[in-house]
Design a protein around this ligand. Sequence first.
Ligand code: BEZ
Ligand code: FE
Length: 317
Amino acid sequence: MQNVNEETITQIVLACHELAPDPRFKQIMTSVIQHLHAFARDVELTEDELYRGIQFLTDVGHITDDKRQEFILLSDTLGLSMLVTALNNRKPSGCTESTVFGPFFASNAPRYENGDDVANGAKGEPCFVSGRVTGLAGEPVANARIEVWQADSEGFYDIQYDGAESKGRGSLRSLEDGSFHFRSITAESYPIPHDGPVGRMLNALGRHPWRPAHLHFMIEAPGYERLITHVFRHGDRYLDSDAVFGVRSSLIADWTRHERGTAPDGTQADTPFSTLDFTFILNRATAAVQRRNGLGSAHGNDATAGNWRIDQGERIQ
Ligand code: BEZ
Ligand code: FE
C-alpha cells in the first residue's frame, strides 16, 4: 500500500481490516472510519484543527477519573447518549419513555423502606414522592426495584462531594399494589460540570450547561424491560434547552408546592414542601431483553454506558 492518496485512503484502510475476527467490531470500525474520513473531507480539516481535536480528547481523558466521567458528558452534550437511548428503547405507546442515564448513578445506594427519607441530609426543600409501577395493561408490578437519585439544592450529587455518604439516592421496592412512596428533596435545575473541556466546548458553541430540574429513576422487575428515566419538573425554564437533550414531554410532572403544615406522611413540616406523584408504565420484556438486562442472573451483559457502570458494582438483586 504505497502512494496512498486522498482518493484511495479510505478503501485502503478498510481493506486492512478484512480479517478482523469479530464481525460486529468490524462493522462498527468500518463505519467509524468512513464517517471520520467523510468528515475530514467535508470540512477540509487542517492539520492544526486535527491537532486541536486530539488535544481536546486528551484533555477529556486527563480530567476523567472515578468521580468525573468527562467522556460521558461529551457524549451527552453531543446528543449521542440520547440518540443511543432512543435507538435502544423503542416501546409501545403508553409505556414510560426512557431518557439519558447521566454520569451520577452510583451502585450500592442504601436500601430504604416505603416512607423513608432518601435525602439523608441532602440540602433542599422537602418533597414527598409517591407513585405506582404498572404494566401496559394497568397490572400492578409488585416488588419492583426502584432506584432514585438526584442533585441537592446546590446542584450537586452526593458523589461530587468529598466523603462517601449517600445522600439523595437510594433504592426501595414497590408494594403489592405497585405503589411506592418516599420522602426526598425538591429537584432544582443545575448545570452539568462545565469547568473542564466539555464546558469550554459548550461555551465555544454558545451553549449553556443547564439541565431542567429532574429526579432520576431506574426501575427493574422480572418480566419487564428495565426502565431508566427521569421525571422533570413542570415549569422549569430549561425544559426546552436541556444541555443533554433528555426531556420528553411525557416525563414532565407537577411538583405541587405546599405551605408548611401537615405533610402527606402525617408529620408537621416546618418549611414549605412539595409533592410529586407519577405512574411508571413498564414494557413487557422479551426473553432476549431479560437476558441482556441480566435479570435473575448474577451479572448483566449490557451495551450502554449506563449499564456498564451498573456492572461496576454489585448487581441489582
Ligand atoms: C444528570 O442528569 O445527572 C446528567 C445527565 C447528563 C450529563 C450530566 C448530568
Ligand atoms: Fe441529573
